[in-house]
Ligand binder design. Structure first.
Ligand SMILES: [Cu+2]
Length: 145
């Protein structure tokens, strides 16, 4: 008896659920395509002023600045700083951690240094002024395609 009662009630219910999930899938797919379109629209190269308004300075929180940015291959970084600072690009994570600015692969001190992100990967930058890197004036960022 129960089977007979339940079957006609459950059947349309199941069908509705299936239709709902198909609808949700379609929505999800439309959403993904929309996201892809948005990403391809943003494909043009961007310029990132390192540290934002504060620039390349001891008071800047570079970790939080970098976490709000998306670095793509083709983008450029601009370091803006006073003569008391400089920019040293470091070749590895361990040099970055040790603040080994003495073995920098590239050193800049013109106050307005432009660096292009030419390939995918992590780039390491530190201030070359004694003590500045140790006090947190360094930035690690990842560029991707
Ligand atoms: Cu400095």
């Amino acid at each position: 008896m129960f089977g007979f009662i339940h079957t006609p009630i459950l059947k349309p219910f199941d069908q509705t659920q299936m239709e709902n999930s198909a609808y949700n899938m379609t929505l999800m797919m439309v959403g993904c395509v929309g996201l892809l379109l948005m990403l391809s629209k943003q494909g043009s190269a961007e310029q990132h002023v390192v540290g934002g308004k504060q620039g390349w300075d001891e008071s800047t929180d570079f970790d939080s600045w970098a976490s709000g940015q998306t670095f793509k291959v083709g983008d450029t970084l601009v370091f803006k700083y006073s003569p008391m600072h400089s920019v040293a690009e470091l070749g590895s994570e361990s040099e970055y951690k040790k603040c080994d600015v003495g073995s920098a692969t590239n050193s800049m001190s013109d106050g307005n240094s432009v660096v292009k992100l030419t390939k995918e990967g992590t780039r390491y930058f530190a201030c070359g002024t004694a003590g500045h890197c140790d006090s947190g004036m360094k930035d690690r960022l990842l560029s991707c395609w």
